[in-house]
Design a protein around this ligand. Sequence first.
Ligand code: PLP
Length: 434
Amino acid sequence: MTADDLLARHRAVLPSWMTLYYAEPIELVSGQGRRVTDARGRTYLDFFGGVLTNSLGYDIAEVREAVQRQLATGIVHTSTLYLIRQQVELAEKVARLSGIPDARVFFTNSGSEANEAALLVATNHRRSHQILAVRNSYHGRTYATMGATGNRTWSPTSINPLQVAWLHSGDRLRGLLARLPEADRVDAAAEDLREVLATQTSGDVACLIAEPIQGVGGFVHGPDGLFAAWKKILDEHGILLISDEVQTGWGRTGEHFWGYQAHGVTPDLLTFAKGIGNGFALAGVVGRAEVLDSVSGISFSTFGGNPISTAAGNAVLDYLLAHDLQANAARVGRILGDGLRAAVAELDRVGEVRGKGLMLGVEFVHPGTGAPDAALTTRIFEACREGGLLTGKGGLYGNVLRMGPPLTLTEEEAREGLAILVDAIRSGVAAAHP
Ligand SMILES: Cc1ncc(COP(=O)(O)O)c(C=O)c1O
């Protein structure tokens, strides 16, 4: 091992369960716009944005300058025991945008902590530790959020502070509701909820936590209106709805600012992370005052909403809104989504192209059986990188290619990435046939 062999050094000092992408993992050393360059000097178009986190892309002057202005004050950290102007300003904006009436915002450092806080609030409010969660979900890596994660790979503990009952996701391709027509799937999912409440709970459930589009789960989502059908039943019992918007927030789905808005319903609590910081550690939970104030003791986050991350967050949010990146996600996402659907229409190894806006997934299957084909997915994923495009991978069975580029992606870049993607898919599929 040489001093420069970063992979060997990584393996020697970091835990084995920290997964690295690619047979030959890469180190990204610089970035500009939607492009990143690795340590060998190879530049890639980035369709994964640090897991849907670099919402604006790389080296954004407005964000850099906002952080530099804060650094120049000499104050990086004060703790939330003191007033933080940037935090209050960001909370005002997020509260207004959330759609939740009389909203309060609590800032954390990560999506896991945001969901943990939402679960704390909901279980305190309802005085119950029973919750509902959705199969194939991902909510984080704390005990409560792993407990609410419906994917064994990402939930490596049996310890769970919550009692969880599981709902079907409304997946079109897999599970008991698969292949039902859209409207029937909503009815079947609602029926499933009624049955789960009647058979697996004592009725006084605290909340349902759900992602509008399941991120780690491979961008699986139920039909529009599903959350509304669920909420109608939840309301009969006073059960709260938490919308985990960690991946779907800030206009990524193109059609709406939040994923929940596709369902014609407002959640009681909403959690956010990733895209709001464009790389700075910033997350949080929003809820009605009456709900969010339910925490019965002091709850404190040393770094949550600190002056640096909220300076970045304000700059990111102002940029997103000023440039109407939601509309860009819709426009450019259509080029990518339509292009992908047209290119793979004839391919029997593609189970589905799904997602919304700039959150698009392609699921690969064995022809005939529809069984997941993770090996083909990995080959295509590697081929994309060789072609100069970074993508993500996911899904319960590791057979979904995930695209979540910065929301600033241009039409030309979308077409450039699409060509690489289609090439990688076509050649991967062709090589897969005997
Ligand atoms: C939907 C969702 N919720 C929560 C989390 C956890 O966020 P973090 O990794 O910032 O703790 C993630 C992370 O990928 C996520 O995708």
